[in-house]
Design a protein around this ligand. Structure first.
Ligand code: ATP
Ligand code: MG
Length: 200
């Protein structure tokens, strides 16, 4: 095949693709508050959630965040977003992997969930990020039915992002957009410690 005919073939293929995409764009006419789930074992779930909040704030939208697991380190996005009017609620003391006191963790989770529920009922909030909520549901610290009720009854135009590994199938079923981040490799496995600005 000559270079010109290759180019022509490529052009035709791209044109067909464009027509298909344009058709789909034209038929997507609905406006709706979305439920996004970002789950899986790979790195990038919370950063994607914070990316959505950042994007919304950049458009002048009002957003709020509940962090259900407080990291060992101060997170950079919290410093930036809180300074730009985003309300943050960080779960007290923080659930940890080597949890020592289940009752205290449950009590803290319930307090954080009350804050989340308030946000999910707040008409003025356009985006709510529930970072690491999935663990609270899988550990049964928060009732799945309560989460489903609060999400189902939220303002119709409010977007919600849920992050965390092993998201409950009912939340996945309820969501509009679900992404599973797969781990291909992670620097930590090569003995590299968490890096400021990348990991926290
Ligand atoms: P991030 O906050 O960087 O977007 P995440 O939300 O996808 O990560 P979490 O499970 O919440 O991941 O874990 C947060 C911390 O654990 C981060 O420091 C991240 O770099 C690290 N981490 C995430 N995935 C992996 C992995 N597959 N192996 C090792 N460490 C990981
Ligand atoms: Mg995370």
């Amino acid at each position: 095949m000559t270079d010109t005919s290759k180019q022509q073939k490529h052009k035709q293929r791209q044109q067909k693709l464009k027509e298909k995409v344009d058709e789909r764009i034209a038929s997507a006419q609905q406006d709706k508050g979305l439920l996004l789930v970002i789950t899986g074992n790979g790195k990038g779930k919370s950063t994607a959630g914070f990316g959505v909040v950042t994007r919304a704030v950049g458009h002048g939208m009002k957003a709020a965040v509940v962090q259900f697991i407080k990291g060992e380190w101060d997170c950079g996005e919290r410093n930036l977003l809180a300074a730009n009017g985003v309300e943050f609620h960080v779960m007290a003391s923080g659930f940890t992997w080597e949890t020592q006191n289940r009752d205290a963790d449950i009590a803290h989770a319930k307090v954080a969930w009350q804050e989340a529920k308030r946000m999910l009922a707040d008409e003025s909030l356009q985006v709510v990020l529930l970072d690491e909520l999935t663990y609270m549901v899988s550990y049964k610290y928060i009732e799945l039915s309560e989460v489903i009720d609060a999400l189902a009854n939220r303002p119709a135009d409010q977007h919600v992002v849920i992050t965390g590994r092993a998201c409950h199938r009912e939340l996945i079923a309820m969501a509009d957009t679900v992404s599973e981040v797969q781990s291909v490799k992670h620097a930590f496995d090569a003995g590299i410690k968490v890096q400021k600005g990348v990991d926290w």
